[in-house]
Design a binder for this molecule. Structure first.
Ligand code: FAD
Length: 591
């Protein structure tokens, strides 16, 4: 069989697709897809973020959704090409289209059927902008006339101060948490002209990174980690140091004119169904309180909500210092002392290494099998796309065009590769008694992160210290009990300690929601993070069963990518394109 030219094959498929869809011809739509195909829609056709799998379900859902027009390969983007995805050769093409509400981008992947006919294996459609509510960027940038021509009126700085003070109004959107999640969504909303305020309880923008351990640099590479609109300079180091990132956050807020109140904590709130607003209490630095009535509250407080302190009764006997990892700052104070660190996720390993390099004698205690992956090259394997050449925008689109099933397969392949590359280290760890794990069905660290927010370690040296015996490893089951001076093992051996660090993770966001907004709201929202029946992260980046309550979290890349779709939904609600009345129905306002 002669290999089809990707551009011709894709143009042909798209023409048939548009024809079949506009005619509402279900059989014709069905014939364009493989039996095991997937369609992921990010708002474009359904105003939902969801994935449908299987030819019949895909065709039915597409016909029910309808209304796509002007479908064509986008000449300004990476052209159709042969690539390998999830271990399969496929033609991958970026196309653009219009809907009643906006303009969108899509990605289709074609592979041959047994008879050689090219059919779609995956289709993704994403809303990129709302008609009539485009971002104020490029040629649509603000002109500045309002403050530059009236010599007696307020200038740009006066207007900025006034906007950020919120002395005469409440914001439409209150973003709680000013880390990367809060900054990304606030930047997107600002571009769409939605009045937004970020509050963070820490005293300085960037403190969420600044206060982490001394040697911290980011775990993945700079080209993957850009925030929206303002990429990091090309001279920046591959792995960004925490204080450099913290400084960038400050510059970002200033540059993108984000409204940000530091030392301001959300204490709680209630939603008023009748007028579609929250009543929120904020506690300012001086102890005073401000009540606000925003229409939307965006929780950007991190995947890790409330510290998880395990119930270990004998720990009460311990006479030294006990800290949860969230309260650990620096190893300096523990030079020459002895420490036991409980937990073998990223935090446990990093703290153990920090203490050891500060001159403490460290024992790391493993509670459950843990996935270990060397920071380089293994932990970087999932980001190979970002080094292949397509623009950041195209890479992000290709990333969201990966339905869950393909994500699983891709990460099984990458986990197996990493396991081979890291074999010497993993063998060494097993020799010292470390219990290894490779994720559910071998899907690796990425899915551990997406399903439970932890359970893995990117080795930046602590695993080597364990193998070399410079940090001692113990299994939790070997500890009989904690004593006034440390721990006593089942063997009778005493392990002395001055410090015990509990690197035992965090409780889910559900508990934080219950604490801040009440049990009823938490029950209404249900589980947050981890995958649900729609093959998407539950309650993340999309409307939740609680009107006006939103969640954003995840890696810098996830925040950059999904903040766009979240902002479009909020803008659509604010502009009346989407109905606020019954978010559970998830219907557009005009149907
Ligand atoms: C060593 C290390 C390396 C990492 N490397 C990478 C990497 O390379 N790439 C990557 O993408 N990720 C990396 N991460 C993980 C991840 O990006 C971070 O954990 C990140 O901080 C999450 O951002 P966030 O905005 O969701 O939450 P956070 O950074 O946790 O920010 C939440 C903010 O909410 C505030 N807050 C919470 N509750 C309230 C309240 N009630 N009122 C007001 N404010 C509140 C907090 O003060 C905090 O500032 C790394 C993490 C570590 C520890």
């Amino acid at each position: 069989m002669t290999k089809p030219d990707p551009a011709t094959a894709v143009a042909h498929w798209l023409a048939h697709f548009e024809q079949a869809l506009s005619a509402g011809n279900g059989a014709a739509v069905r014939s364009l897809f493989h039996g095991d195909s997937h369609w992921r829609d990010l708002l474009a056709l359904t105003w939902r973020i969801h994935t449908v799998s299987g030819r019949d379900a895909v065709a039915d859902a597409l016909c029910a959704a309808g209304r796509l027009s002007r479908i064509e390969v986008d000449p300004d983007r990476t052209p159709p090409r042969m690539v390998m995805r999830a271990g399969r050769d496929t033609i991958e093409a970026i196309f653009r289209f219009e809907t009643d509400d906006g303009r969108g981008d899509g990605i289709v992947r074609l592979t041959p059927d047994s008879d050689g006919t090219l059919r779609a294996w995956t289709l993704m459609t994403a809303l990129e902008e709302l008609k009539g509510h485009e971002e104020h960027v490029g040629r649509a940038r603000p002109h500045g006339e309002s403050y530059s021509r009236d010599f007696r009126g307020p200038n740009w700085l006066d207007l900025r101060k006034q906007a950020a003070a919120f002395s005469d109004r409440d914001p439409a959107v209150l973003v709680v948490g000013g880390g990367q999640a809060g900054l990304s969504i606030a930047a997107r909303l600002a571009q769409l002209g939605v009045d937004t305020l970020i509050v963070d309880r820490l005293p300085r923008i960037g403190d969420n990174w600044r206060t982490r351990y001394h040697a911290l640099t980011l775990h993945n590479q700079v080209q993957v980690n850009h925030l929206p609109y303002m990429p990091f300079p090309p001279s920046w180091p591959t792995y960004i140091p925490k204080d450099k990132l913290a400084g960038w956050f400050e510059a970002y807020v200033e540059s993108l004119e984000l409204n940000y109140w530091t030392s301001t904590e959300l204490e709680g709130g209630r939603y008023d169904d009748r007028d579609g607003r929250w009543t929120i209490t904020l506690r300012r630095a001086d102890g005073t309180r401000r009540t606000m009535r925003p229409r939307h509250v965006v929780m950007a407080t991190g995947v890790s909500g409330i510290p998880n302190i395990p119930d270990i009764p004998s720990l009460k006997q311990f006479g030294g210092t006990v800290l949860h990892s969230s309260r650990y700052e620096d190893g300096d104070a523990w030079k020459g002392k002895r420490a036991i660190v409980v937990g073998t996720g990223n935090s446990g390993h990093d703290i153990a290494q920090d203490l050891q390099s500060s001159g403490a004698e460290v024992t790391l205690v493993q509670r459950s099998p843990t996935l270990i992956v060397n920071i380089e090259p293994s932990a970087q394997l999932p980001y190979a796309l970002y080094d292949e050449g397509p623009s950041l925008e195209d890479c992000d689109l290709i990333t969201v065009a990966t339905p869950l099933a393909l994500g699983h397969r891709t990460h099984q392949i990458l986990t197996e590769q990493a396991r081979q590359i890291d074999k010497p280290l993993l063998d060494g760890l097993e020799r010292v008694g470390f219990r290894l794990d490779f994720g559910e069905n071998g899907t690796g660290w990425q899915f551990k992160y997406l399903t439970r927010g932890g359970g893995y370690y990117f080795n930046v040296g602590c695993s080597d210290l364990l193998v070399a015996g410079k940090i001692r490893l113990l299994q939790f089951a070997d500890i009989e009990r904690f004593t006034a001076d440390g721990a006593r093992l089942n063997s009778g051996e005493a392990v002395p300690a001055d410090l015990i660090v509990l690197a035992t993770g965090y409780k889910g966001q559900e508990q934080l929601v219950a604490k801040l907004f009440g049990k009823d709201t938490a029950e209404r929202v249900g589980p947050i993070w981890g995958f649900g029946p729609e093959q998407e992260l539950r309650n993340m980046f999309m409307r939740t069963p609680q009107p006006g309550l939103w969640f954003i979290a995840g890696s810098l890349a996830q925040c950059r990518i999904y903040s766009k779709y979240m902002a479009l939904q909020i803008k659509a609600l604010e502009a009346g394109v989407l109905s606020r009345a019954d978010p559970a129905s998830r219907e557009p306002a005009h149907t």
